[in-house]
Design a protein. Structure first.
Length: 261
């Protein structure tokens, strides 16, 4: 595979870095709990946060608690459950998906649907519910259609989002776009250039937010359409790029006023 790192934007001290996790920092596993965090990745993220004045955030479909478990003892700024919850740099947690909007009532038919189709996994994350088909990909379209039907009949306040071998119910009005926009309005992110790195259709909102705020999107994977202006082939290349950012920033003097860079 051709090395396309030369197509990437030049790292700068005024970046605000937003990072998806599964498929971006970590390789996809058969089940979400089966992912492996490569040695040295938490240390890489720690160094990035120090070099960027803590303007680094994980933006994931996972819960905040799950992200903490994966990257312990590191505790970054995080947007979990597609922006339904955010832990701000001061440690304060804010819930943007208040109320389950009837989500609890839909768990019974969702679980019944999954039991009837071997290989499906239902993940109740509190503010969102995901149905994974990593072990039964033939059900991808059927899952999305089933969830859309539930929402259309019962819940005006829920959205269905589809990603790589998963479809998910989430509160309407929260997304990776809203997460990026909210974080960019507050220190230490405000006044910086947003760069969003992700791999899936659920990350397209994050790419669009970064672009609309004058920044960049970097999509992991070389196929499929995207609003991201840059590409990397796989999570290993993404981790290598993070290390390249560290090397570049260590050689670049910081400026006090990032908005002017």
């Amino acid at each position: 595979m051709t090395d396309i790192r030369w197509r990437l934007p030049t790292p700068a001290p005024n970046w605000a870095l937003f990072l998806d996790v599964d498929g971006t920092l970590l390789e996809i596993a058969a089940v979400p709990s089966g992912v492996s965090v490569p040695d040295g990745l938490p240390e890489t993220l720690f160094l990035l946060a120090n070099l960027l004045d803590n303007a680094v955030a994980l933006v994931s479909g996972r819960t905040l608690g799950d992200l903490d478990r994966l990257f312990a003892p590191l505790r970054l700024t995080q947007a979990g459950q597609h922006g339904a919850e955010i832990r701000w740099p001061d440690g304060r947690i804010e819930d943007f998906g208040s109320g389950d909007h009837g989500l609890r009532a839909l768990l019974t038919p969702i679980r019944r649907f999954a039991r009837e189709r071997p290989g499906l996994l239902v993940e109740d994350k509190g503010r969102t519910v995901a149905v994974h088909c990593r072990q039964a990909p033939e059900y991808q379209d059927e899952i999305a259609g089933f969830l859309a039907g539930l929402v259309a009949r019962h819940e005006a306040w829920l959205d269905v989002i589809s990603g790589r071998l998963v479809a998910e119910l989430k509160p309407r009005g929260v997304s990776k776009r809203t997460a990026v926009e909210r974080l960019m309005r507050s220190a230490p992110f405000s006044g910086r250039l947003p760069v969003f790195i992700g791999d899936d259709t659920t990350d397209e909102d994050g790419f669009a937010a970064a672009r609309d705020l004058g920044g960049h999107g970097i999509r992991i994977g070389l196929t499929g359409g995207s609003v991201a202006d840059y590409r990397l082939p796989d999570p290993r290349a993404a981790r290598r790029f993070l290390s390249d950012i560290i090397r570049r920033l260590e050689q670049t003097p910081k400026r006090k006023n990032h908005a002017d860079t």
